[in-house]
Design a protein. Structure first.
Length: 245
């Protein structure tokens, strides 16, 4: 694996063709988790994946699309279209130096712009007959753990700083986890309301889920399953593209 700690000569010798970019966020996660939660999770997953693939691990993109947390001090965000342009520029930069694939490990559910952004990028590369592919590893790949799930609450009710994220930080950085303050989400709210209201308006303490159900062991389990599931996804994509050719 290569990283920003390596030299130009290291890259020239290794000639890596895959780059892995962790995309996190800098946003409030209630009273019990650090504002860098999403970045820490994305960074951990990305490093494990880059080690497995012997790829180039890029520095974490720690500021992304967190406008739904804008009223909480400590939250810093980019406009959605700015994030899309940043990803485009990173991908073009890598393509220009010989990379064939950029894997985005997204740790923040609010980065919806990434999906249309990479669809456009891949279409543009195909039109140019460029040997470059951008793949989004997010959502179900990060959270999926199978039928033997230890989690008590479904994803639709555990959206932000709840059982899953708290378990992961308990596993990765237990020194940063504090006691959650009671106060969940308004009963009539659903996730679409974040298009109109701030998270801190919908949730008394800024978390949406069940952090009291979190354990370090649950965090360890989900962290260990990320790389195998990501590899399965990449292999599935590879087989599908090969069959279409």
């Amino acid at each position: 694996m290569l990283s920003m700690n390596n030299t130009r000569r290291d890259f020239e010798q290794a000639q890596p063709q895959i780059a892995v970019l962790p995309v996190g966020a800098l946003e409030q996660h209630g009273s019990h988790l650090p504002i860098g939660t999403d970045s820490m999770i994305a960074a951990e997953y990305a490093e494990r994946l880059a080690q497995h693939l012997d790829a180039f691990l890029l520095p974490t993109l720690a500021i992304s699309s967190s406008i739904e947390h804008r009223k909480a001090i400590g939250t810093v965000y980019l406009r959605a279209d700015t994030l899309a342009l940043v990803i485009r520029d990173i991908a073009d930069s890598l393509y220009g130096s010989g990379f064939k694939q950029l894997l985005l490990v997204n740790g923040h559910g609010g980065n919806y712009i990434l999906k249309p952004a990479i669809r456009q990028l891949n279409r543009d590369y195909a039109d140019r007959q460029a040997e470059m592919e951008v793949v989004l590893l997010s959502g179900a790949i990060i959270n999926a753990i199978g039928d033997d799930s230890p989690f008590k609450h479904p994803g639709s009710s555990d959206i932000h700083a709840g059982e899953k994220e708290t378990s992961l930080i308990m596993h990765l950085r237990p020194d940063l986890v504090r006691q959650p303050v009671p106060g969940g989400v308004l009963p009539e709210a659903d996730q679409s309301m974040l298009d109109y209201l701030d998270m801190t308006e919908l949730c008394a303490d800024g978390y949406w889920g069940y952090p009291d159900s979190a354990t370090p062991e649950k965090g360890r389990l989900i962290a260990e399953r990320f790389v195998p599931r990501a590899i399965d996804y990449l292999e599935k994509l590879k087989r599908l593209k090969a069959s279409l050719r």
